[in-house]
Ligand binder design. Structure first.
Ligand code: NAD
Length: 295
């Protein structure tokens, strides 16, 4: 069993750390939120009061933070972990951030002799709780193999996307596609409804035709077509519009760096920003359906 430091115990990090404890690892946790630390302590984690304590004798340090600036700060900022990490520790950052920040942190840690992989996840809060996340890892083959030894305690599918930063690129490619599928599915469903079709019947038809996609399979955006999905629960997240908008911003940033053509990704970003401007940022990302249904 490994000694693991875990930083960032929010919606995702909290249940991920719980799964590491359940798997028998010795887990030391750190978060700015005292209540989040207290909750994990009640499950058997050691509470760290400083980042220094997270690093002590750790085989792995895992972080799950909101954005690139938090990851840069916690590792490389003033009094950052870089000052305390042992050379034998492997750092695994699971946050969804820009590839440049992942590469910056990876390079800085490498200068200090510490290994790093980026390992953003797909699968949401439910996947984090169930231990069925997909991890998309960027880093060397050896570090990928080492990281996999504990990622399998939090997830089901572990992919090696390439070098440091490649995990982030693959993740935002996926989320850009997902947002386009969610908007497109909403658009098609509402057009059918406007013409008098039953959305359950139309969903079933498209599920068995060439429009089939993940949103129709397990995350239908139209209320009361499927049970136990955010659209049938007042669009309670789930995966928040604010987070999807963040990922779509990262996707456009990445597209600009390589002059990649992403007109549909840009359009999806505009639609999700519009939802944010309407004060709906905290709703589930399938609430994009309302842009079409609320006329
Ligand atoms: P969250 O806001 O619930 O949790 C972030 C946690 O980090 C909070 O507990 C916060 O207190 C802590 N934190 C922030 N700065 C810190 C610091 N300097 N030191 C210590 N702790 C600090 O966010 P989340 O939903 O858990 O998402 C985390 C990451 O996972 C994001 O990058 C997000 O894009 C990604 N993600 C989220 C989902 C989802 O469905 N929520 C799905 C996939 C990926």
């Amino acid at each position: 069993m490994a000694k693991i430091g875990f930083i960032g115990l929010g919606n995702m990090g909290g249940p991920m750390a719980s799964n590491l404890i359940r798997a028998g690892h010795s887990v030391t946790v750190f978060d700015l939120s005292e209540s989040a630390v207290a909750e994990l302590s009640s499950q058997g984690a050691k509470a760290a009061t400083s980042v220094e304590q997270v690093c002590e004798d750790a085989d792995f340090v895992v972080s799950m933070l909101p954005a690139g600036k938090h990851v840069r700060m916690i590792y490389c900022g003033e009094n950052g972990l870089i000052n305390y990490l042992n050379k034998s520790t492997l750092v695994i950052d699971c946050s969804t951030i820009d590839a440049e920040s992942a590469q910056f942190v990876g390079n800085e840690l490498a200068k200090a002799g510490v290994s790093f992989v980026d390992a953003p996840v797909s699968g949401g809060v439910a996947g984090a709780a169930a231990g069925t996340l997909t991890f998309i890892v960027g880093g060397s083959e050896a570090d990928f193999n080492r990281a996999s030894s504990i990622l399998t305690d939090m997830g089901k599918n572990i992919f090696h996307a390439g070098n440091i930063g490649a995990g982030q690129v693959a993740k935002i490619c996926n989320n850009m596609l997902l947002s386009i599928l969610m908007a497109g599915t909403s658009e098609a469903l509402q057009m059918g409804i406007d013409h008098g079709l039953d959305p359950k019947v139309l969903s079933e038809i498209m599920l068995n035709s060439s429009g089939r996609n993940w949103t129709l399979e397990v995350y239908n955006p139209c209320p009361n077509v499927q049970e136990n999905v955010p659209s049938s629960n007042s669009y309670k997240p789930g995966f928040m519009i604010d987070l999807m908008a963040k990922d779509l911003g990262l996707a456009q940033q990445a597209a600009q760096q390589t002059s990649s053509a992403t007109p549909l990704g840009a359009m999806a970003k505009n639609l999700y920003n519009l939802m944010q401007n309407q004060g709906k940022g905290a709703e589930d990302f399938s609430a994009i359906f309302k842009l079409y249904s609320e006329k």
